[in-house]
Write a protein that binds this ligand. Structure first.
Ligand code: HEM
Length: 411
């Protein structure tokens, strides 16, 4: 059997717990051609250049029609999400959707959620306290239910429907992988079925919100008449599905990666307990050091692009290795070290350029609240297994479980 390329090794679950030495190797050839004709870009400077380069397309429909992802998009009855579109379509949709999420039209939306977020987090810990738990799974008991509750409330999706959309969301998230390796829980379902079922679920919900509008984002997106017009029903479905999935799949991993890093660095955990304001740079450093989105997997060269002494030919799939850029020694001092109060930290954890993470203000506040509360309330937390078991997903990387032992939970 042919030896695995570096990129194939990164995608191999055997390296999920620590892909970082492979990224160091990868940066030695910062624009690397894979045997299948795709290109892997791993240096910070080239990644940021390309994230701002209009020749690099996010639209999967520009790929060879035989490409796996292009075929899936063509077969879908629902349009691609705005994350997978280029200007001017992308800009129009992003403008219309942002109106209901942040400045200048809804400037205080995220800020006003501060108390609600703290309440959800404390309720979760109170529940574990009542059960007198001495062992908890940070993922299942805390980091997953928290952002799911938040994004459901924000959008106006009933959180009890989580049992329905969990498998769909998981399947769609794993389809981002270049070599999807399904977890046992979603082997029965195809990506196409997942897209179709979640699309129809969302369509029914939109109809319901049209009849009985609430204060939620879905109702506002339905009724808003912006200078760009109104979102069509199909655009609404794709947008709502994107926000629902993007709103929790990544945030789970940032909290868990953050907690894992704190438990591996007990002196930092102690410092955070005494200096809660450290949380702001600490979350940024987690986004650099252990980013939940390890690479962008859906870019395509719209034209020939000369970069790093290579020519990426028109039509080639391009992978931008955000996690490798985040540890590029040409950009960051001492990049392999977790420095919780690092000041120069323009990491790529939320991407960059026109597709820069739409939910970054919410994700930051959620994870700041979660880690500060865990640090304050958990008594003597210890890791049970290190490294923990990881989810198969190479793109959205994070532990499947993070078991910790505790001596109790403070009130
Ligand atoms: C820690 C949590 C999160 C991380 C690490 C993260 C990361 C990212 C990254 C790297 C991108 C760029 C993708 C690209 O360039 O193709 C992105 C885009 C996006 N994110 Fe997030 N995200 C997080 C949380 C959220 C949340 C909470 C929401 C929704 C409320 C959200 C919604 C989006 C959307 C809609 C886009 C696409 C924006 C566009 O294409 O214009 N994200 N995110």
């Amino acid at each position: 059997m042919a030896e695995e390329t570096l990129f194939q090794q990164i995608n191999n679950i055997a390296h999920r717990a620590n892909p970082y030495p492979l990224y160091t190797e990868l940066r030695k050839t910062p624009v690397l051609r894979e045997p299948d004709g795709s290109y892997i870009v791993s240096k910070y400077r080239f990644i940021t250049d390309l994230l701002h380069d209009p020749r690099l397309s996010s639209d999967i429909r520009t790929r060879d029609p035989e490409d796996r992802k292009a075929r899936a998009a063509a077969a879908s009855e629902f349009p691609v999400s705005f994350i997978r579109t280029d200007p001017p379509e992308h800009d129009r949709l992003r403008r219309m959707i942002t109106r209901q999420f942040g400045p200048p039209h809804t400037p205080n939306l995220v800020d006003n959620m501060k108390n609600e977020l703290a309440q959800i987090v404390n309720d979760l810990l109170d529940g574990l306290h009542t059960q007198q738990r001495t062992r908890i799974d940070i993922v299942d008991d805390f980091a997953y239910p928290f952002p799911v509750t938040v994004i459901c409330r924000l959008l106006g999706v009933p959180s009890e429907d989580e049992v329905r959309f969990h498998a769909w969301a998981n399947k769609i998230a794993s389809s981002l992988d270049p070599q999807p390796q399904d977890s046992e829980e979603n082997q029965e379902l195809t990506t196409q079925q997942a897209v179709s079922e979640i699309g129809h679920y969302m369509k029914d919900l939109i109809v319901l919100h049209k009849q009985q509008p609430g204060e939620d984002m879905l109702s506002r997106l339905i009724s808003d008449t912006s200078p760009d017009g109104q979102l069509s029903i199909m655009e609404l479905i794709s947008t709502a599905v994107t926000l629902l999935i993007a709103g929790h799949e990544t945030t789970v991993n940032l909290q868990t990666n953050g907690m894992l890093t704190l438990l591996r660095n007990p002196e930092v955990l102690l410092r955070l307990r005494n200096e809660p304001e450290l949380i702001v740079p600490l979350v940024e450093e987690t986004l650099r050091f252990e980013p939940p989105v390890q690479f962008n997997s859906q870019r395509t060269a719209g034209r020939d692009i000369h970069i790093g002494g290579e020519t990426i030919p028109k039509g080639a799939p391009v992978y931008l290795m955000l996690a490798a850029g985040n540890r590029d020694p040409e950009r960051f001092d001492d990049p392999e070290r977790f420095i919780p109060d690092r000041t120069d930290n323009q990491h790529l954890g939320f991407g960059n350029g026109i597709h820069y993470c739409f939910g970054a203000p919410l994700a930051r506040l959620e994870v700041q609240t979660a880690l500060n509360t865990l640090a304050r309330r958990l008594i003597n937390p210890r890791l049970v297994t290190d490294p923990p078991p990881y989810r198969p997903n190479a793109v959205l990387r994070g532990p499947r479980h993070l078991l910790i032992d505790i001596d109790g939970i403070k009130q």
